[in-house]
Design a binder for this molecule. Structure first.
Ligand code: B16
Ligand code: MG
Length: 217
């Protein structure tokens, strides 16, 4: 019996991936190299410092630990400037309607994001009050595919993993959910998210009853 849904933020509720990409690309460019939007896929759901390591490897750039922290901070300032202008219009299509269905069915709603900026993002898009529990990158020590972020969410809700469905757009996020024995719905392409119990292209027209039926929960 499902009692709660735990949502990833970036790529599920809102498309902040484009802002992460712009800020990381600026960092790469200032360090003298470039990377593509396709490369950026590999950074989805990956923590800030791990993303930096991957990008530096792409550019063949070696930095001291101190320099890494400085560049990561710089990237975060650029990212924060980009997200400061976000509005509720940027909530991904179908998300508000799906959240409303959960509320009317008595299903509890939580957020499980790797981002340390999750709170300002949900506030600026007006969804702050919708999430009963928020677990973000400030509360975790282990990155997806470790299930820590979702386990903390379930714990805070007072529920077992098998009572929760995780909605994720990143392969590492689906793995995290499965590693924690949660039900998992992938938002995106089946080629990438095929391990999930159910994969959907997005929330437009999605009915809660259909999800329950399709997953046999
Ligand atoms: P920050 P999610 C993740 O959020 C993003 O997908 C990933 O691209 C980003 O590097 C990570 O948050 C950390 O974000 O630098 O804001 O702490 O998809 O888990 O909601
Ligand atoms: Mg994501």
């Amino acid at each position: 019996m499902i009692k709660a849904c735990i949502f990833d933020l970036d790529g599920v509720i809102v498309d902040t991936a484009k802002y992460h990409f712009q800020a990381w690309r600026r960092l790469a460019n200032e360090l003298g190299f470039d990377f593509s939007e396709a490369d950026n896929e590999q950074l989805k759901g990956v923590s800030r410092m791990e993303s930096l390591e991957i990008i530096l490897k792409w550019g063949g750039v070696a930095l001291s630990e101190e320099q890494k922290i400085e560049w990561a901070d710089r990237k975060n300032e650029w990212y924060k400037a980009l997200i400061s202008n976000m509005t509720p219009d940027e909530i991904l299509p179908g998300v508000p309607e799906f959240l409303a269905q959960l509320q009317s069915n008595g299903i509890r709603i939580a957020l499980g994001s790797a981002s340390k900026n999750a709170l300002p993002v949900i506030e600026s898009i007006g969804l702050g009050p919708v999430f009963e529990v928020v677990i973000d990158g400030t509360q975790t020590t282990l990155s997806k595919p470790d299930p820590q972020v979702f386990r903390l969410g379930a714990q805070r809700l007072g529920l077992k993993p098998y009572e929760c469905i995780v909605f994720e757009d990143a392969e590492s996020g689906i793995e995290a959910a499965l590693n924690g024995r949660f039900y998992a719905v992938g938002i995106g392409r089946p080629e990438v998210l095929g391990k999930a119990h159910l994969v959907i292209p997005g929330f437009v027209g999605l009915q809660w009853e259909e999800v329950v039926k399709a997953m046999g929960v």
